[in-house]
Design a protein around this ligand. Structure first.
Ligand SMILES: [Zn+2]
Ligand SMILES: [Zn+2]
Ligand SMILES: [Zn+2]
Length: 143
């Protein structure tokens, strides 16, 4: 289980990125909650006039490559971004009611992947998997 306090922001410098206020702000915005944000929502929460949406996109791509951020394609086909804390291979579960996203460490696909390789003849090198369900709070309301 993750502690309830979010871990500190990752070090831009350690990842070889120049420390800019803008990069810092994007990470701080994403750090604010467990709900994914669209790029426009990130932009709205940034200090005014600081950066354009294309720049935010570019930084998000860099953060995704670094494993700090994960993109989540919603049912509405809109891409949203959420902070990633796990440094290992992991998956995300999104609540279908409130949109909250949590990380789950580990992967239950193991032997399933082998069978998919046999079926397809592909050597599978990576995968992305999004899980959906009801978070404890929404499940409680449901009852
Ligand atoms: Zn993650
Ligand atoms: Zn929920
Ligand atoms: Zn996996």
């Amino acid at each position: 289980m993750r502690p309830s306090d979010p871990p500190p922001l990752p070090s831009l410098r350690a990842a070889g990125m120049r420390h800019t206020p803008q990069r810092q702000h994007i990470l701080e915005v994403l750090q604010q909650g467990d709900h994914p944000f669209t790029v426009e929502e990130i932009w709205e929460r940034m200090p005014k006039g600081r950066s354009g949406i294309p720049t935010i996109y570019r930084n998000l791509e860099r953060f995704i490559a670094e494993g700090w951020v994960e993109s989540v394609l919603g049912e509405d086909q809109v891409m949203r971004f959420v902070r990633c804390h796990s440094r290992h291979h992991h998956h995300h579960i999104q609540c279908e009611r409130c949109g909250k996203v949590v990380e789950v460490d580990g992967c239950a696909l193991g032997s399933g992947l082998e069978s998919m390789e046999r079926q397809s003849g592909f050597k599978i090198t990576r995968h992305k998997l999004m899980l959906f369900g009801l978070c404890p709070i929404c499940a409680e309301k449901e009852r």
